[in-house]
Design a protein around this ligand. Structure first.
Ligand code: DX5
Ligand code: ZN
Length: 228
């Protein structure tokens, strides 16, 4: 599977979202990670449906797929709203207070990629039952709620466990996404453990976006070269 870099919009310049999106498009970015927080499931409030709908209006022109990460209580109740807003990928936490299987089934029935998210302290085995019924697993490598945190290195093991389990089950088209604290120092190792989708917020938007993306692409090319 081709390795994907998905910038997390949480770290963009909110006064100039459009300008930042154009910059991502110039660098051939195809996926945007959108962190939705409700101040209840996590201790922070970010943005929601109106912002995603607005971005969705230009997503085809800019060739973006919208990857919406729901850090909200009762996600089931809002799935259709986030699908209507233009999400192409939609994920719910295993820790959420809803029936995860039912959420995945619903998302898929609407032709949207369905994902399951797992927090750093949750055992890898908690996502195993969903591997066959989801399109992607989003492995949190920070405690959800804020951008700019430090990568929790214990999560390397979990990436490997989830990757190995999906191989064991003969699933080879699943996106294994890692989210939180991913940067130029740890990206290679994250890929080596089995991830094929890197979410990166501050390490893309802090400083020069174009240079940061080039540096990520260099690491991805090196990894691909080393693992031909
Ligand atoms: C954390 C979010 C992440 C975050 C990533 O709750 O899910 O997507 O924005 O940002 P960085 O890369 O800065 O950790
Ligand atoms: Zn996220």
């Amino acid at each position: 599977m081709k390795i994907i870099l998905s910038p997390s919009l949480l770290s963009c310049d909110f006064l100039h979202i459009h300008k930042d999106l154009l910059e991502l498009n110039k660098k051939n970015i195809k996926y945007l990670h959108l962190d939705v927080m409700d101040g209840h499931f996590v201790n922070n409030i970010s943005f929601g449906i109106p912002v995603i709908s607005a971005i969705s209006k230009i997503k085809e022109d800019l060739n973006f797929k919208l990857d919406t990460h729901l850090m909200i209580s009762n996600p089931r109740k809002y799935l259709q709203n986030f699908i209507d807003a233009g999400s192409d990928m939609l994920s719910v936490h295993v820790e959420a207070d809803d029936d995860v299987s039912e959420c995945l089934k619903y998302i898929k029935s609407k032709n949207v990629e369905a994902g399951v998210v797992i927090n750093p302290e949750t055992e890898a085995s908690k996502v195993f039952p969903y591997l066959k019924s989801c399109d992607f697993v989003l492995i949190m490598s920070v405690h959800p709620g804020f951008g700019g945190q430090k990568f929790i290195t214990d999560v390397y093991d979990k990436i490997e466990k989830i990757y190995n389990k999906s191989c064991e089950e003969g699933i080879n088209n699943i996106k294994i996404c890692v989210d939180g604290g991913v940067n130029l120092e740890n990206a290679y190792e994250v890929l080596k453990k089995g991830a094929n989708y890197l979410v990166a917020g501050s390490s893309v938007f802090k400083g020069n976006i174009s240079d940061n993306i080039d540096a990520f692409y260099d690491i991805i090319s090196k990894y691909e070269g080393d693992n031909k």
